[in-house]
Design a protein around this ligand. Structure first.
Ligand code: NDP
Ligand code: MG
Length: 416
């Protein structure tokens, strides 16, 4: 059984705070300069009595991290290189801010597991987020998971870490949060209740574009999502529907469901965020405006609910809600999730690695939009029979490394 939070009591105890003040949840935001990171700080800013920011981390946007440190005064900030850290240290010193600036992947893990952190928002993009997620899981934190790639790569090892560490795993991805919100708090009741789940998908910017013209899609067109404002990588994933493929794999582990009980329906308005079809044919759905602040606020406050800052849904102004089946010829990437889940363990890590490399190459203008699927399908095919068992995080990271090398080779061939 996957360790979702049937026991809210397992949430780490909040800090006592100063005498007379109410206890606050002490939060580390990994990937604070990104889209989910910024939305998290937006929700937190509405509830200063409930949350305290202990750590913030970034990769390239040192200027954004500086502004966040000036605003939140965290104990620690993390960057990937000494050079960027030195820039931030100097700017903070000039402002008299005492935040300690740490460097590298180990510093991310140390922050995720730090004793003065109750909750970790995992909002790094890509497999780079897996080690700190595992560290938070082993340390028994309340883990708010936006970083779906970590679960796609980590699979059962990640869930085992959550169980072993007694962590509380809360989904932030809007579809998985929707499913979670439709289910009873006691996860032991889930299996008896669920017939199947339906993940909704907007279909992205190319739902109606002629597939014959997909070769000429530019990065700017691919990142222009019709309903959601998101980081570049997930925006491209939404255009290929690889995002939904990753979400099928994510749902398989979060809800402990076999792939055939995870279905995908296109719903272009992005109002219904996903659904649970119960054993008695009743359907439970979660609705709202497409704004990540809603699932973020739910993750932050579970099992309570707090103001998120999102616009309310106005039913009287709603257009008709429509649904369609995803066209496999237009979105061939979706099937890769089901194929990888049926293939030897580790295949989902290969698929994720190939996709990260392919999306980066497409954004850099090196390969065409349609090449993303060629790289993904080709890399998984080439790897399936070569996968050994992954018992440790290092085994997964090794699969990730080798799959990236193979994907890069394929990219070179396509780019030349
Ligand atoms: P962004 O690209 O906007 O932000 C990514 C964050 O991760 C940034 O803070 C970035 O730092 C940091 N980062 C990037 N690469 C690394 C690295 N190698 N090591 C450490 N940190 C790194 O992404 P999003 O906020 O859109 O997405 C974050 C995660 O949440 C993804 O897994 C995505 O799939 C998931 N998600 C996002 C949704 C959304 O609406 N945006 C919805 C549902 C899920 P810097 O900015 O300094 O470079
Ligand atoms: Mg999603």
């Amino acid at each position: 059984m996957s360790p979702m939070p049937s026991h809210p009591a397992s949430v780490s105890a909040p800090s006592a705070g100063p005498a007379g003040a109410s206890p606050r949840q002490r939060l580390a935001v990994l990937g604070s300069t990104g889209s989910v990171g910024a939305s998290t700080l937006d929700v937190v800013a509405r509830h200063p009595e409930r949350f305290e920011i202990v750590g913030l981390t970034a990769h390239a946007r040192v200027d954004v991290l500086l502004q966040q440190c000036l605003r939140w005064r965290p104990r620690v900030a993390v960057l990937p290189t000494e050079e960027r850290a030195a820039t931030l240290r100097a700017a903070l010193a000039a402002q008299g801010v005492a935040t300690e600036v740490q460097v590298g992947a180990q510093a991310l893990c140390d922050l995720a597991a730090a004793p003065d952190v109750d909750s970790v928002m995992a909002a790094i993009v890509g497999a780079a987020g897996l080690p700190p997620c595992m560290a938070a899981a082993y340390a028994g934190k309340r883990l708010l998971l936006a970083n779906k790639e970590a679960l796609v790569v980590g699979a059962d090892l990640f869930m085992q870490a959550v169980r072993d560490g007694g962590a509380t795993l809360l989904p932030i991805d809007s579809e998985h949060s929707a499913i979670f919100q439709c289910l009873p708090e006691d996860r032991r009741a889930w299996a008896a209740r669920i017939d199947h789940i339906i993940l909704t998908a907007s279909g992205g910017p190319f739902r109606q574009r002629d597939p014959a013209s997909f070769d000429s899609i530019t990065p700017a067109q691919a990142v222009a999502h019709p309903n959601w404002v998101m980081g570049q990588k997930i925006s491209v994933d939404s255009a290929t529907m690889m995002n939904k493929a990753l979400e099928v794999i994510e749902a398989r582990w979060l809800f402990d469901l076999p792939p055939e009980r995870i279905r995908v329906v296109l719903h272009p308005q992005s109002i219904i965020h996903s659904m649970v079809v119960c054993r008695d044919a009743s359907v439970l759905a979660q609705l709202g405006t497409p704004d990540m602040k809603v699932p973020i606020a739910y993750g932050l406050s579970f099992p309570e609910r707090i103001e998120s800052g999102a616009d309310r849904l106005d039913f009287l102004k709603l257009q008709a809600l429509s649904f369609e089946a995803p066209d496999p010829a237009r979105f061939p990437g979706l099937q890769l999730a089901y194929d990888a889940l049926a293939a030897p363990a580790g295949s989902t890590a290969v698929l994720n690695a190939a996709n990260e490399e392919a999306v980066a190459a497409f954004l850099a203008g090196r390969i065409r939009f349609t090449d993303i699927h060629r790289v993904n399908a080709g890399t998984v095919d080439a790897f399936v029979l070569r996968l050994g068992p992954a018992r440790l995080l290092d085994d997964l990271l090794d699969i990730d490394r080798r799959a990236r090398a193979a994907a890069r080779q394929r990219i070179e061939e396509l780019a030349s």
